[in-house]
Design a protein around this ligand. Structure first.
Ligand SMILES: *Cc1c(COP(=O)(O)O)cnc(C)c1O
Length: 402
């Protein structure tokens, strides 16, 4: 053929700039010199305390704590529930490395639960393994939310407490309930590639006042807990303040200042992400050999990335699709490569956890192609991306249909 194939030229790692309002607020904080959250002038309320109050309102939680990272939020959540050395914690086989890492950081051991073709946790496997642990660290990996009502029923029946990893579901909901509000604790990330961007950062939310007080103490509040606006009253701290180590992981006012306008803009950003997601999804649906993940009616997702499956393809053919797309500027990540690359490690890469083989999950993981959708892409760019993937997949699809 002599026509030049179309090429995409956008950057898959380029996020939008920080809103001007956030930049101005950050400069204000720098001019004041009071970057530490507990360093306030008389009568002043710290940016971090205001951010926590706004995040609690956004999620409908009674309490919110801003911390140094999503991984730190998860480790703090585990500690706040009393998980420690030698304990087992259930978690997803399909997630990102900081999730089992948070479990390992408190001396506990992850026990992995399988992934379905919907890219959510396998509830049958969860039932089978429920007796091994008291806590489930549930990861809504790449924004896919399982049937939360069914999951919570399983967890109640087996006495499992749930921590939700909402790194990819900030702004999402299941049946109208914001993601992170089903379990005992919800954890979020504000790292550059998530839904709000402060470089690094995280949140933890809960309705439980004892958990909230424990988390505040753990995060390194010294005895300054009365400077929080989204924490329980002093009585609660009186009960726990001598029992918990200070494991510093606070957020600072600089990050809070750039996050506050981003939180306010979240609903509008979600709408823009989903418009882009739908363009890619529509462009890919019906491609021979490729399955899009049909999203359940009850799931209000945030389409900040998209996943498709090349189920039962040979590794060689998948590699050729990834290479073919890459040559045309489209970056797909494959979760089935024998060696983890970039972010794509899966349970069998986390050997410190001594994972059991999970053949059914392996079949799904082997099939997953994953792509970021930064808001810097236009909808026309998303349509072009879909055309490129469609062509590269179609050219290599095994026994393409009748
Ligand atoms: C990014 C991420 C985290 C951790 O967030 P950090 O803020 O980078 O520590 C946790 N879970 C998932 C699924 C993530 O993608």
């Amino acid at each position: 053929m002599d026509h030049t194939p179309e090429r995409f030229t956008g950057s898959f790692t380029q996020q939008e700039p920080i809103p001007e309002e956030g930049i101005a607020a950050a400069i204000e904080v720098m001019r004041s010199g009071r970057l530490h959250r507990y360093n306030t002038a008389p009568g002043e309320t710290a940016e971090v305390a205001l951010l926590e109050q706004e995040f609690a309102a956004l999620t409908g939680a009674r309490f919110a704590l801003a911390v140094a990272s999503g991984g730190y939020a998860m480790a703090t959540a585990l500690r706040a529930l009393g998980v420690g050395s030698g304990d087992r914690v259930l978690s997803n086989a399909f997630t990102l490395a900081p999730v089992p890492g948070a479990i390992a950081s408190v001396g506990a051991r992850p026990v992995f639960v399988g992934v379905t073709e919907a890219l959510t946790i396998d509830l049958d496997d969860l039932v089978a393994k429920a007796g091994q642990a008291e806590v489930l660290l549930l990861s809504h990996m790449r924004g896919h939310i399982c049937d939360m009502d069914a999951l919570m029923e399983v967890c109640r029946a087996h006495g499992l407490r749930v921590i939700e990893d909402c790194a990819h579901t900030m702004g999402a909901a299941w049946a109208g309930v914001p993601s992170g509000r089903h379990g005992a604790i919800g954890c979020y990330s504000c790292q550059t590639y998530k839904h709000v961007n402060s470089g690094e950062g995280g949140f933890l939310v809960t309705d439980d006042e004892e958990i909230a007080a424990r988390a505040v103490m753990l995060s390194g509040s010294y005895m300054l807990y009365d400077r929080h606006l989204a924490a329980p009253g002093p009585e609660l701290f009186e009960q726990v303040k001598y029992d918990l180590p200070n494991i510093s992981g606070r957020m600072d006012n600089l990050r809070a200042a750039i996050l506050r306008p981003q939180l306010a803009a979240l609903p509008e950003r979600v709408a823009r992400w989903n418009a882009r997601y739908r363009v890619v999804e529509d462009g890919l649906r019906g491609t021979p050999g490729l399955s899009v993940i049909e999203r359940p009616q009850a799931e209000a997702y945030v389409g900040s990335s998209i996943q498709v499956l090349l189920l039962d393809w040979e590794a060689e053919a998948i590699r050729a699709v990834v290479a073919g797309c890459a040559a045309r500027g489209v970056e797909l990540k494959w979760f089935g490569a024998s060696e983890p690359v970039g972010f794509t490690s899966t349970y069998d890469s986390w050997r410190y956890a001594a994972p059991e083989p999970m053949p059914e999950s392996d079949r799904v993981l082997h099939a997953i192609l994953d792509m970021r959708i930064p808001l810097t892409f236009s909808e026309a760019g998303c349509a072009l991306i879909a055309r490129i993937i469609r062509e590269e997949v179609t050219a290599r699809a095994p026994e393409s249909g009748p």
